[in-house]
Ligand binder design. Structure first.
Ligand code: NDP
Length: 392
């Protein structure tokens, strides 16, 4: 009897928070996993470091202007891997036959096309890039079915729900309710939100994450995007999805069944747990995460979200109810507003009104294909830029 078959893994967004955590898990299991391709957008030095340490077959830099710099950084380190650059190269590497599994961990709608390519190519698709689902949920799920991909959610809430639904037949799943937990972010108890700085917004109490998702967690938009993501991934309508604030981030989400049973998945807040699950499913492997020590846990508390102070959560529920292109508009407006906040051009408390203005001013029809999604994304960004200019 031999050991496990080695899987070739491609990591889209390898230099990010999720990409780095995934590599940590992969490096613990060299008999099971090897890297086929690693990608980044502009962080040439970090990608070259990874090429030297991980020794993938291919590295791709999203910004084509940086290809030469990447080549020299690789030469300087004696790192050998095929080098490619640009948006098309990202799509090609996502669907390349050499990889068995693809981790979609690019941040934002920029990850949409490579994620779709991995779905069409029938990969084990480990999905962290929630914005891709929010922009194009129907198209992504159709691509997964057409390509025969195995979709494994990495977002800890959706990963928890996937675990709670394991072995549940479709007919029982149809009656289930999803309860997504939210930490409440760094400002759950803070009264004065006008003066919030990007640094404060990025200091999450329980999770270490990239800057965009950290701000989304602080506005609760992250939970809103996750509500939309959950509806698409599990085929559950908006009326059967609920959000509850759970500051300890120990219960990662729950599923309630018609008989009153509620299943929860728990663990320490460490993204290596859902990443290890997605890599090994249906097997289980060590992730490096600390064990949950119940004796030291103290209490687990739950409370309703405060929609008045954090209106972004409600915008997401409304966009999901409204349908048409509203989720793609919401996502684009949020990306523009968050970027402006991170660059010091917008106050924290102006993020939600900016998004609301875009949602009110642009109501596109249901996108029939990916070109329409990209067009909605482009136009919503234009509306958001106008809304920012008006605020300025
Ligand atoms: P980071 O900002 O830490 O990393 C983003 C990665 O995407 C980097 O590798 C970055 O490259 C790359 N990237 C950025 N822009 C582009 C672009 N235009 N084209 C190609 N690549 C790009 O983000 P996170 O790791 O925090 O998040 C990644 C995704 O996972 C997000 O969708 C997030 O919502 C989701 N997620 C994250 C969690 C977390 O704990 N961090 C938890 C659950 C979900 P470069 O380094 O060169 O900029």
């Amino acid at each position: 009897m031999g050991g496990p078959v080695t899987q070739a893994v491609t990591i889209l967004g390898a230099t990010g928070s999720i990409g780095t955590s995934a590599l940590d898990v992969i490096e613990r299991h060299p008999d099971r996993y090897r890297a086929h391709a690693l990608t980044a957008h502009s962080n040439v030095e970090a990608l070259a470091d990874l090429a030297q340490r991980i020794r993938p077959d291919v590295v791709v830099i999203g910004d084509p202007a940086l290809e030469d710099r990447l080549r020299s950084a690789m030469r300087a380190r004696g790192a050998r891997a095929e080098v490619a650059a640009g948006a098309r190269a990202l799509v090609e590497v996502a669907g390349a036959p050499e990889a068995d599994a693809v981790l979609a961990a690019i941040v934002g709608a920029a990850g949409l096309m490579p994620t779709l390519a991995a779905a069409e190519a029938g990969k084990r698709l480990m999905l962290a890039n929630k914005e891709a689902v929010v922009c194009a949920g129907a198209l992504l799920m159709a691509a997964v079915r057409r390509g025969g991909a195995t979709l494994l959610p990495v977002d800890s809430e959706h990963n928890a729900i996937h675990q709670c639904l394991a072995g549940v037949r479709a007919v029982e799943r149809d009656g289930a309710r999803l309860v997504l937990t939210a930490s409440g972010g760094p400002f759950r108890d803070r009264r004065d939100l006008d003066s919030v700085t990007p640094q404060e917004a990025c200091a999450h109490p329980n999770w270490v994450m990239g800057r965009k998702i950290s701000v989304d967690s602080a506005t609760l938009m992250n939970k809103g995007l996750e509500v939309i993501e959950a509806s698409w991934l599990f085929g559950i309508p908006v009326e059967r999805i609920e959000v509850v604030i759970h500051p300890q981030s120990v219960v990662h989400s729950m599923v309630e069944f018609p008989d009153g049973s509620v299943l929860a998945q728990m663990g320490t807040p460490d993204m290596r747990t859902p990443l290890a699950y997605a890599l090994a499913w249906p097997e289980r492997i060590a992730s490096g995460a600390q064990r949950l020590d119940f004796a030291r846990l103290g209490g687990l508390t739950f409370e309703a979200p405060d929609h008045r102070r954090f209106p972004c959560l409600g915008f997401a529920f409304d966009a999901l109810r409204h349908g048409r292109g509203a989720s793609a508009v919401l996502n684009a407006a949020n990306e523009v507003a968050v970027q402006a906040f991170l660059e010091g051009r917008l106050r924290f408390t102006d993020i939600a009104p900016t998004i609301e203005r875009v949602l009110e001013s642009y109501d596109p029809p249901e996108p029939a294909g990916i070109d329409e999604v990209l067009e909605i994304d482009r136009r919503a960004r234009g509306h958001a830029a106008n809304a920012l200019a008006l605020r300025a």
